[in-house]
Design a protein around this ligand. Sequence first.
Ligand SMILES: Cc1cc2nc3c(=O)[nH]c(=O)nc-3n(C[C@H](O)[C@H](O)[C@H](O)COP(=O)(O)O)c2cc1C
Length: 226
Amino acid sequence: MQVVSPDCIDTEFPSNPYSLKITHSAMQKILVLYYSRHGSVCSLAKEVGYGIETIEDCEAVFRTVPPVSSVCEATEPAVPEQGDIYASAQDLVNCSGLVLGSPTRFGTIASPLKYFFDQAASEWLAGTLVDKPAGVFTSSSSMHGGQESTLLSMMLPLIHHGMIMVGIPYPNTPIGGTGTGGTPYGASHVGGPDSINPIDNDEKTAARVLGRRVANCARLIAKQAL
Ligand SMILES: Cc1cc2nc3c(=O)[nH]c(=O)nc-3n(C[C@H](O)[C@H](O)[C@H](O)COP(=O)(O)O)c2cc1C
């Protein structure tokens, strides 16, 4: 089966992608699971979601994780006061694909996401994520501050879970020419020293292409399984 069809990588997006998903019953839920302290990864997550929802029968499901604390008494409310709700193991069961987003933290995945996967041993044993497509995205403050090592480190638990990794190809995408974020390993954003840079067009397009590709793969795999 050719999982990646040429139309996964086009960069044309309809003006209202959300209009595509209203009447379909067999929706593929693509989990966009991210951690964001200052909003950059969250902004990128929304662009990934936009890309996902340009694919027929696919719906983006946004989830985040609470911060971890060295103070073991510290607790977060079960439902965050604002933003997307916290992910649960059931979200891993329900999804047909996963796009994982983390800030770059010393060149690797942020602890809250690592902690979430450290608690997913039951799902690993059950093969919950096996043969589901996955992609990754990150945001860093500096251009050469470790985006690619972070993206690669984020793939490791997903590969252990049996997921099929999806990157961003060079043809028909900004990957070969971007002066900011966007890598073949996944989408990315360079936030600048004070995290004030807006997500630029190349970063936005790369994030949407990643969402489209993961969603398209999930849809093709679901069709194959019928
Ligand atoms: C503990 C810590 C470690 C960080 N490590 C890096 C790093 O290695 N390279 C880098 O460029 N930025 C690093 N940053 C900056 C964040 O990656 C950057 O601000 C990112 O855009 C934050 O995403 P957010 O706005 O979604 O929280 C670090 C920030 C923190 C708090």
